[in-house]
Structure formats: structure tokens, C-alpha cells
Design a protein around this ligand. Structure first.
Ligand SMILES: Cc1cc2nc3c(=O)[nH]c(=O)nc-3n(C[C@H](O)[C@H](O)[C@H](O)COP(=O)(O)OP(=O)(O)OC[C@H]3O[C@@H](n4cnc5c(N)ncnc54)[C@H](O)[C@@H]3O)c2cc1C
Length: 602
């Protein structure tokens, strides 16, 4: 693997120059922290990633989990990693102090998550799922549940999972059939099957705690009848762990992210699977959205981080590999030495595309994390504003980094030529690893329906108005700098184009023509995502410009800010033009994917 997989300078730029994370420590919610302690936490994360995660990236891919005699065996180093993450407090970084966590700002949590996943994305799923599951118990569980599970989960002794999907119910969880029968003992008897459960029932922990969706017998049909249960792999009786009838039926052999098993589970085959209701009956999906929304941002981070690792691998290679001679040179003189491939404009274009996607995506993800932090430290209308902005942007923050991250990793593979397609270099693995990110935690299709079908009209359009205002503020700020004025103008025009397309599509919704309204939701998401990243690039451009104007910079820092401005320009000149084609398509009255009367797919 390449020496570098992410940029600490860029992470610090995001944390301190873009989102002023230390300012948060002024508020009571984060007053147990200061700039120094935040710096030490980040340093510890980098150290852990360098020593425990990165060295095992390829080895874990080549030694994937095995299903043997009913047991799921994963790489033995998994235990070292999740215990180390637990002991260092990273697993509980986002949970409240009251729940036994570190109560760190989400912006720090995201930066750390990005760093870990860039080092070894295949294994970070283990430690990313556990806090989400523990936080569900902390938010909605009983005191008894909290006492029983949270400490063991955060220490890394027990694994947490999210157990939603069933063979016939993936994107549409309305159709789950796992059942829960009340008993007079306070627990429910659970029966059913769950598929693709990441990190479920593996052998490097003592116990797996499944946060599982099931329907209480007699519950209303659809999502209104779904409840949430804690279903441990082993339950505690008389102080001992005993089998809770959650059998591992097998594992799926995956394309990528092979370190983590995707498990097939059967519950209640012996009529002895006990589950404990979390919160109120029939509100399970609402509760689960807490974990799903966290996981969506987490998946966006995984997309951006894998793209980051691929970018630095490609950059290193492009600075070592020689091939051909510069374009400007007339004829190919075999007596002349070959040039480094980074000198070819096409290779530079691919590298700039990767950098623009990685750093632009990270900007949007940190922006969302910043909104999450501001929710904790504000009240009333202001708090509602940040809640709405976070909710509004979550599908975009999941989708752009994963969809464009895949294109970026593909460009990384291309930089290696034939070597990129072979196992000799890790980019082939990264290409396989990133592929899942547009599928799990809600596919791109589902995220796009959420953006256009739900979020645009969220709170009667209030969330959309707030978003337009946020972008407007960045445009106004950029207009203060001559060098940024042209880019502010482009973004202004893009927001106008987006508004026009949105109004046109919402027109179908008003007429009750839902299919026409949502048929091209994924293309709408693509357009929306590109413009959202342009917003982030303009915001980064402002900070870079300010730093350059203040001056007094050392050589490396000057390069850093100049490179920011150059990449911002690249994004506006090479990526933004794509929205024109998307808008043309979205405003086209000919929709060829709905109400097909003839058999098309012949
Ligand atoms: C490696 C891996 C790990 C996973 N980990 C977990 C886990 O830990 N816990 C868990 O519960 N699940 C997990 N999953 C399941 C994952 O969340 C689902 O695979 C995903 O939600 C898609 O569901 P599906 O596979 O049934 O596909 P389907 O829902 O059948 O979708 C197939 C295609 O149809 C499209 N589609 C479906 N419905 C619509 C619609 N209404 N409108 C437009 N398009 C639509 C989809 O976008 C997709 O392109 C995992 C899956 C994998 C592969």
C-alpha cells in the first residue's frame, strides 16, 4: 500500500479553519474538552490507524471470513483492533458522557472515522456498527438494558449490529416478517430470518448484540407495525452467557470489504430466542432512523476515505512511473528518457478529479457533522434550523461521496494502467471495496427518492429554503474577493438552475403525477450533489484565499492553499458543466421509463 492514505493537513484545515471545532468547547456540552485534548485524540487515532489498521488492509482481504461448523471465523487481528478502539475510547466517541461515551464533537468523530477507513475500510465496519447500536439503547432503551449492554459494547468485548434486512425485504422494510410474541416474563419470543447482517455473530467477540426489527403479533401492517428489539446472540442467565437461539446459517462471499462478514441469521428455530422491546411498540423504524442516519453519514465517509486512499496511491505511482514523452515534444525520440506519467495532462486531470471528489466530499460530510454538533449547543429556532439542514442533506452526503467516490477510485485504477487491474497494487481492492457503499444503508435510488420525494418539501419547504440561504451566504462571502467573484457567479447561476428544475418536477407532484415527479430522482440527486460540492469548494476557496492574503506562510502551507484554489477551479470548470446536461434531461418532457405500454427489454 502507498505510504500515504489521507492528508492530516487537510483534516486539520477542515477541523480548525473551515469548521472551528475548538470553538465548540466554549459550550457546556463540550466543555470537558479543549483544543489540546482534541489534538491529542486525533494524534492517537492516526497512530492507531498506522500501526493496527493499515498494515492489515490487504491481508484481511486475502483471508476472508469463513463459516465453519456453524461458527463465523474472522481474522484474529479483528479482536486486537476492536479492543484497542474500545480501550482508547474511539468506539464510544460520539456517545454521551452519561452513557459512558466520550461526547466528542461529531466533526472530530467524522475526521477520525475518515482516517480509520482510509487506512483499512474493510475492518472499520466492526467498530462503526457497535456505537450506533449502543446509542440506540442509550437513547431509547431501559436503564436495565443500558447497564447490561453499553459498557461491554463500547469496550469491544461485545459486538453491536443492525439487523433489518430479510430475504424479501431490503429497500422496503415494510415487508419484514420477523415476528415477536409477547410473553408474561417481559421478553418477546423472536422468530424469523435476517440476511447480510454485517459483523453478526463472529468469533472475535464474546457476544453479538443485534438491534433487530420485528413485528409484534397483531401489529398494524407496514412500517407502522415495526418494533425494535435487543436480541443478543447469548443472553445472560444466572450470571452466565447462554445460547439465545440466534443461529448463524452462513455468510455471503462478498466482492469487497471482505474483512467483515455479512451474516445470514435464523432466530427462534428452537422457539427459544428472546428479544427485549426497545422503547414503545410499533415505533421501531422511527428509532432505527437514528442509527440509519448516523450510518448514512458513516457510509459517505467510507466512500470519501476509500477514494482518498486510492488518490494517494495513484499520486505516488504517477510520480514514480515513467512512460512516453511530453505532449508538447515533437516526435518521440527513443534516445530521450521517458517522462513521469504525472506530466501527461490526462493523468493530471484524473488526479485532480480524484482530489476534487475526495476533498469536496469531505467538506460536505464535515458540514453535516458540524450541523449535528450545532444541534447540541443551540436551542429553539436555531436548533431546529440545524436539525433540518442535517436531515435535508443526509441523503446527499451519503450519495455524492459514494457515487463519485467510485468514479474517483476508477480514475485511480486508470492511473496505474494494467497494474491497477492486478493485485500487485491495492487500488484493485479499493475499487472492489467502495462498490458496496452505494448499495447498503439505502441504495442511491432510495436516497434520491428521499431527497426529491421527501426532503424538498420537508416542513413545507422550510429545509430547502434554509439550504438555499446557507449557500447564498457562501456566495455573498466569495463576492468580496475579486479572484472568487466568477465562481460565486457560477454557483449563483447553478442554484437558479436547480430551483428551476425543482419547481418543474414538483409541478408533477402537485398534479398527483407521482411517477413523473420521481422517475428521474437519481439524476436529480446527481445534479444536486455536484452543486452541493461546488458550494463546499467555494467555501474552501474563501478560506484558502484569506490565508494567502494574510500571507506570512511557510512554503508547504502556501502550496496547500494554492492547491486548494486550483482544485476549486478544476471543480468549477470540469465538473459543474455536467449539470447542464442533467438539467436538460430533467426538463425534457419525454420520459421513457414510465408507463411503458410495449415490451422494451427484448
Ligand atoms: C455487504 C452488505 C452488508 C450489509 N449489511 C447490512 C446490515 O448490517 N444490516 C442490514 O440490515 N442490512 C445489511 N445489508 C443489506 C442492505 O442494506 C440491502 O442490500 C440494501 O438495502 C438493498 O436491499 P436489497 O439487497 O434487498 O435490494 P432491493 O431492495 O431488492 O433493490 C434492488 C434494486 O432495486 C432498486 N429499488 C428497490 N426499491 C426501489 C424503489 N422503491 N424505487 C426505486 N428503486 C428501487 C434499488 O435501488 C436497487 O437498485 C447489507 C448488504 C450487503 C450487500
Amino acid at each position: 500500500m502507498a505510504k500515504q492514505y489521507a492528508s492530516l493537513r487537510n483534516i486539520k484545515f477542515m477541523l480548525h479553519e473551515m469548521f472551528a471545532v475548538s470553538e465548540l468547547t466554549k459550550y457546556p456540552h463540550f466543555s470537558h474538552l479543549d483544543k489540546e485534548s482534541l489534538g491529542m485524540i486525533l494524534d492517537a487515532a492516526v497512530q492507531l490507524a498506522d500501526t493496527l489498521l493499515k498494515p492489515y488492509y490487504e491481508e484481511m482481504d486475502r483471508n476472508e471470513p469463513q463459516f465453519q461448523n456453524g461458527e463465523i471465523k474472522v481474522h484474529p487481528h479483528v479482536k486486537t483492533i476492536i479492543r484497542a478502539m474500545g480501550e482508547a475510547g474511539f468506539t464510544g466517541s460520539g456517545l454521551s458522557l452519561e452513557a459512558g461515551g466520550q461526547q466528542l464533537p461529531e466533526t472530530i468523530g467524522s475526521a477520525i472515522g475518515f482516517w480509520f477507513a482510509a487506512a483499512n475500510n474493510g475492518v472499520t465496519t466492526f467498530s462503526a456498527l457497535t456505537p450506533g447500536a449502543a446509542n440506540l439503547i442509550a437513547s431509547f432503551g431501559t436503564q436495565e438494558m443500558k447497564d447490561l449492554y453499553i459498557a461491554k459494547m463500547l469496550s469491544g468485548e461485545w459486538q453491536g449490529t443492525m439487523a433489518l434486512t430479510e430475504p424479501h425485504a431490503g429497500s422496503s422494510l415494510h415487508y419484514i416478517t420477523s415476528s415477536a410474541e409477547p410473553t408474561e416474563h417481559g421478553y418477546y419470543k423472536i422468530k424469523g430470518q435476517k440476511v447480510y447482517i454485517s459483523a453478526g455473530n463472529h468469533d472475535q467477540v464474546e457476544n453479538s448484540i443485534h438491534l433487530m426489527l420485528a413485528k409484534i403479533k397483531g401489529a398494524p401492517a407496514g412500517t407502522k407495525g415495526i418494533s425494535l428489539f435487543v436480541v443478543p446472540q447469548k443472553r445472560i442467565e444466572d450470571g452466565k452467557l447462554i445460547d439465545n437461539d440466534v443461529r448463524s446459517i452462513g455468510i455471503y462471499h462478498k466482492m469487497g470489504q471482505k474483512a467483515t462478514p455479512a451474516t445470514h441469521l435464523a432466530t427462534g428455530e428452537r422457539d427459544d430466542c428472546r428479544g427485549w422491546l426497545v422503547g414503545e411498540p410499533h415505533k421501531g423504524l422511527t428509532y432505527m432512523f437514528q442509527m440509519m442516519n448516523e450510518a448514512r453519514i458513516g457510509t459517505g465517509i467510507a466512500g470519501a476515505s476509500i477514494a482518498s486512499a486510492a488518490y494517494y496511491a495513484a499520486l505516488e505511482y504517477a510520480n514514480e512511473r515513467t512512460q512516453g514523452q511530453p505532449l508538447g515534444q515533437k516526435g518521440q525520440d527513443p534516445n530521450q528518457p521517458q517522462t513521469l506519467i504525472i506530466n501527461h495532462p490526462d493523468v493530471k486531470r484524473m488526479l485532480l478529479f480524484q482530489k476534487a471528489v475526495v476533498e469536496g466530499s469531505l467538506g460536505l460530510l464535515m458540514q453535516c457533522s458540524n450541523y449535528a454538533d450545532l444541534v447540541h449547543v443551540t436551542e429553539g429556532e436555531e436548533k431546529e434550523k440545524y436539525e433540518l439542514l442535517l436531515d435535508f442533506l443526509t441523503p446527499v452526503a451519503k450519495t455524492y461521496p459514494t457515487e463519485f467516490g467510485q468514479q474517483a477510485v476508477s480514475a485511480g485504477v486508470q492511473c496505474f494502467g494494467g497494474g491497477g487491474y492486478c493485485n500487485d497494487f491495492p487500488v484493485a481492492q479499493m475499487y472492489r471495496d467502495i462498490r458496496i457503499t452505494t448499495i447498503y444503508e439505502g441504495t442511491t435510488g432510495i436516497q434520491s427518492l428521499a431527497l426529491l420525494g421527501r426532503n424538498i418539501m420537508l416542513k413545507n419547504g422550510k429545509a430547502a429554503i434554509l439550504y438555499f440561504q446557507e449557500v447564498g451566504k457562501t456566495i455573498n462571502e466569495a463576492e468580496k474577493y475579486d479572484a472568487l467573484k466568477p465562481y460565486a457567479k457560477i454557483l449563483q447561476a447553478e442554484m437558479g438552475r436547480l430551483q428551476k428544475v425543482t419547481q418543474y418536477l414538483v409541478g408533477f407532484a402537485m398534479k398527483g403525477e407521482t411517477e413523473l415527479f420521481l422517475a428521474d430522482a437519481t439524476l436529480y440527486m446527481e445534479m444536486f450533489g455536484i452543486i452541493a460540492i461546488a458550494w463546499q469548494w467555494l467555501a474552501q476557496g474563501i478560506v484558502a484565499k484569506q490565508a494567502l492574503l494574510i500571507g506570512n506562510l511557510q512554503g508547504e502551507d502556501e502550496n496547500f492553499y494554492e492547491s486548494k484554489l486550483h482544485t476549486m477551479k478544476f471543480f468549477f470548470h470540469y465538473e459543474i458543466p455536467k449539470t447542464q446536461g442533467l438539467a436538460t434531461r430533467l426538463l425534457d418532457t419525454e420520459v421513457l421509463t414510465v408507463a411503458l405500454e410495449k415490451e422494451i427489454f427484448v
